[in-house]
Design a protein around this ligand. Structure first.
Ligand SMILES: Nc1ncnc2c1ncn2[C@@H]1O[C@H](COP(=O)(O)OP(=O)(O)OP(=O)(O)O)[C@@H](O)[C@H]1O
Ligand SMILES: [Mg+2]
Length: 297
């Protein structure tokens, strides 16, 4: 069984962000209107007990029928993810990364093996698991505010509370002032932030991100990566990110899951035993990145 054995280190490095300081940060950033300029916290490692495993994937296999033929897409996937852990997944195009994320989200119940999240077998979607797709999937005829509000449609959250939460979430992703804008009136990076806000508004405990920054320019991408780290820390999110960008995977992840193709399998799991925030110029960072890249040359 592939298991993520970096957890002790990762939990030790993950800074503690209490509710008050998070709220302060949120208020301060809302005032500043630019969340990504907040420093990412860093703290000296201290020994902590490992957090509980919240997601356990055992021997998962998935087949599609394509042109009348069985296509084995995933095979023998074993993965354990602990609460608050950030797992990056990299792998060649078509190796089954999105398929795996969809299974974890509960968007596709047709698989073999077991996916257990918080003690429950995953066969359908649940509000505790949020997903952000590669393309933002915003409705062009709805404003930023309305697109995010839509997330509440399957809930019984009272109307008054919805508005307040949307306002707060818009602040968190640094989009205050753009509530009434339509998707065509904001940039690609801003649209992605709306999609992230829409996923976060229901306060998921598990956030699944499928190449959320792939379509963005390099600078916006760097900014959103920092914002994501901040949100992950602030909300204590367990996060699984699929990316093609190995540097992004190492920058964000506590570990990098390397997948191989035909059928999609986990080749290895590379721990990122570095203090937060991860520094790209750091020699050890570079070494880990080079190590992962070796799988693709
Ligand atoms: N609905 C479907 N029906 C049939 N085959 C599918 C379906 N969805 C995906 N596949 C096949 O499953 C394989 C894995 O697809 P998947 O989208 O999971 O790959 P991926 O690793 O996310 O690739 P990329 O990096 O390009 O996004 C591909 O061969 C694809 O053709
Ligand atoms: Mg994909």
């Amino acid at each position: 069984m592939s298991s993520i054995n970096t957890v002790l280190n990762f939990t030790a490095h993950k800074p503690h962000v209490n509710a008050e300081s998070a709220a302060d940060a949120s208020r301060a950033s809302a005032k500043a209107g630019v969340l990504h300029q907040l420093p990412v916290h860093s703290e000296v490692a201290k020994p902590l007990v490992p957090k509980p495993i919240v997601l356990k994937i055992s021997q998962v296999a998935k087949e599609y029928v394509l042109g009348g033929k069985q296509l084995k897409v995933l095979e023998g996937i074993d993965l354990e993810v602990r609460q608050g852990e950030f797992v990056s997944i990299v792998g060649a195009s078509g190796c089954g990364k999105s398929t795996l994320l969809r299974l974890i989200a509960g968007l596709d119940a047709g698989y073999d093996g077991n996916i257990v999240y918080l003690g429950q077998t995953v066969r359908e979607t649940d509000l505790s698991r949020g997903i952000v797709f590669q393309e933002h999937r915003l409705f062009p005829w709805l404003t930023v505010e309305e697109n995010i509000l839509l997330a509440f449609s399957a809930t019984d959250v009272p109307k008054a509370e919805r508005k307040a939460r949307v306002k707060a979430q818009i602040e968190v992703v640094g989009l205050s002032g753009f509530e009434k804008a339509y998707p065509h009136q904001i940039s690609g990076g801003m649209s992605q932030r709306v999609a992230i806000a829409r996923a976060l508004i229901l306060r998921p405990k598990l956030l699944l991100l499928d190449e959320p920054f792939a379509a963005l320019d390099a600078l916006t991408r760097l900014k959103l990566q920092q914002e994501l780290v901040r949100l992950w820390e602030q909300e204590d999110l367990t996060t699984i990110l699929v990316t093609h960008d190995v540097e992004e995977a190492v920058f964000l992840g506590d570990s990098v899951v390397v997948m191989e193709s035909h059928p999609g399998r986990i080749k290895r799991i590379v721990p990122v035993n570095l203090p937060r925030p991860h520094v790209r110029a750091d020699l050890e960072f570079q070494r880990i990145k080079e190590d992962v890249l070796q799988d693709f040359v």
